[in-house]
Design a protein around this ligand. Structure first.
Ligand SMILES: [Zn+2]
Length: 304
């Protein structure tokens, strides 16, 4: 079958091909658990921010048609819950169990809640850049996307006091994103992939670039898509994932990503499911709760 040259990364349906690298996580952990909190609230589509459309997705109500240019105050408010209440509940849980997480943070969202930005850093959580706003970058030109990456880095460096070294788009990258992330020069890795249980190197032009895959499976978005209703279902799903990886990890340690959203998993019942899962995973001896920059560092040191 012949290929025409199209922009963007080449597809790879082979990966490690079942020949896993010999991974030795710190303290001989069988599983590296990467908790991720998406910090998006305040940067989503909003008529007040000059968008013609309002945000319709990843919330508590099924997406429904909405007239262009009209604010949806109910939707705005459901988002605001995440930054006002959900954030603090998840932070309390991380404190209680003494685990660190990674925040996928949209720059504008942190500009609008500077206390949260400061607390994330003070408590030692890690920040991966999740865009300037929470936006679909495939709608931007290459130049616009480059500019948004620049603005996002500058803003997060200012609100958190440190420049982010990881990148993750809303939902998925454009065909230009990975190249732009490499060209920017200050990023150690991106998370714009869902294709493996381990980090891997890829080539971007003649540069080696690290990818730390993320998940839409162990993700609270399953609630908002109607795939999952009860908190027990979520907790059980996380537990099953962990149990399988812990078993495999006796020979082939892997990583387990968990995706959370403050407006979703920050709701009490779901937060309780998250807390129960963390308590469960922590009851096993060989587990590493790792921030993504630590996973990147480990991979750079041991798997060049
Ligand atoms: Zn996100």
């Amino acid at each position: 079958m012949s290929h025409t040259e199209i922009p963007g990364p080449r597809r790879d349906v082979v990966g490690y091909g079942g020949q896993y690298p010999k991974v030795t996580w710190p303290n001989g952990a069988r599983v590296a658990v990467s908790l991720v909190v998406n910090y998006e609230e305040g940067s989503e589509l909003a008529v007040g921010d000059g968008d013609t459309r309002t945000e319709r997705t990843l919330s508590e109500v099924a997406p429904m048609p909405w007239p262009e240019g009209r604010r949806d105050l109910a939707m705005e408010s459901m988002y605001e819950y995440g930054a006002r209440a959900g954030f603090w509940r998840l932070m309390d849980i991380f404190d209680q169990f003494q685990v660190k997480s990674t925040f996928y943070a949209c720059a504008v969202a942190l500009e609008r809640n500077r206390t949260a930005a400061r607390v994330i850093r003070e408590k030692g959580h890690d920040v991966v850049c999740h865009g300037y706003r929470w936006e679909d970058v495939s709608l931007l030109t290459r130049e616009q996307e480059r500019e948004h990456i620049r603005l996002a880095v500058e803003s997060i460096a200012e609100t958190t006091g440190e420049r982010p070294t990881g990148w993750y788009c809303r939902y998925g990258p454009s065909v230009h994103t990975r190249e732009l992330v490499v060209e920017e020069g200050g990023f150690d890795f991106d998370c714009d992939a869902y294709d493996d249980d381990l980090p891997y190197w890829t080539m971007v032009g003649d540069r080696k670039h690290l990818v730390i895959p993320y998940t839409q499976v162990n993700n609270d978005t399953r609630f908002t898509h109607g795939h999952m209703g009860s908190p027990e279902a979520f907790e059980e799903h996380l537990r099953y994932t962990f149990d399988r990886l812990y078993k495999e990890g006796a020979h082939h340690p892997k990583m387990m990503s968990i995706g959370l959203h403050m407006r979703v998993a920050g709701q009490p019942a779901r937060a309780q499911a998250v807390a129960k899962f963390i308590e469960y995973a922590k009851s096993f001896p060989e587990v590493w709760f790792a921030r993504r920059f630590e996973i990147a560092q480990h991979w750079r040191e041991h798997h060049q």
